[in-house]
Design a protein around this ligand. Structure first.
Ligand SMILES: [Fe+2]
Length: 178
């Protein structure tokens, strides 16, 4: 176990049966809720969670690393499903002392903070599963190789609007840990 990425296993798909996860456009977008399966909503509802949205990140071959921190807390989790990009990895970093990240507005009008590779030290590398709980409150990035990578990333809050930490999320989903 580590504090960056843990694989889960669900018996269901996060999508309705006629949605093709490989049909998303290159770049950063949001999934229309009509494509999300009732099983996904039932699962998170039973755990006391609600969905803000599912973001889609489609990266072309030979991309990387795009190091950034998502807007929010310094320790928080997302649920990521990755289709294609079997030769891709996600990377996590520790900022070097005195590094000055840049504020960034994303394509879906959310915020992130961007780091140069020279401002961070690599601390963990892992391939993402279907799905994995991932830490998004510390600097992280992606490397693709030969394949296009389709990542669906669920942003979850409690019903009291709290964004859970990585460990709290892990604990909540413990019966699904692979
Ligand atoms: Fe991110």
């Amino acid at each position: 176990m580590n504090n960056y990425c843990i694989d889960l296993h669900f018996e269901w798909s996060p999508f309705v049966s006629d949605y093709d996860p490989y049909s998303a456009p290159i770049g950063h977008s949001k999934l229309n809720e009509k494509y999300i399966s009732p099983e996904f909503f039932q699962c998170i509802d039973s755990l006391g969670l609600r969905l803000l949205y599912i973001e889609i990140f489609v990266k072309e071959p030979n991309y990387g690393p795009g190091i950034h921190v998502d807007h929010g807390k310094k320790d928080m989790a997302k649920l990521n499903w990755v289709y294609g990009g079997e030769d891709s990895v996600m990377t996590w970093y520790k900022p070097k002392k005195g590094s000055l990240p840049k504020f960034n507005v994303t394509a879906i009008n959310s915020y992130s903070v961007v780091y140069d590779e020279s401002d961070v030290d690599l601390v963990h590398t892992q391939q993402i599963g279907l799905p994995s709980i991932v830490q998004s409150g510390v600097p992280h990035g992606i490397y693709t190789k030969e394949q296009i990578r389709y990542c669906y990333s669920a942003v979850l809050f409690t019903k009291d609007n709290i964004r859970l930490t990585f460990k709290e999320t892990l604990n909540l989903f413990k019966e699904y840990i692979k």
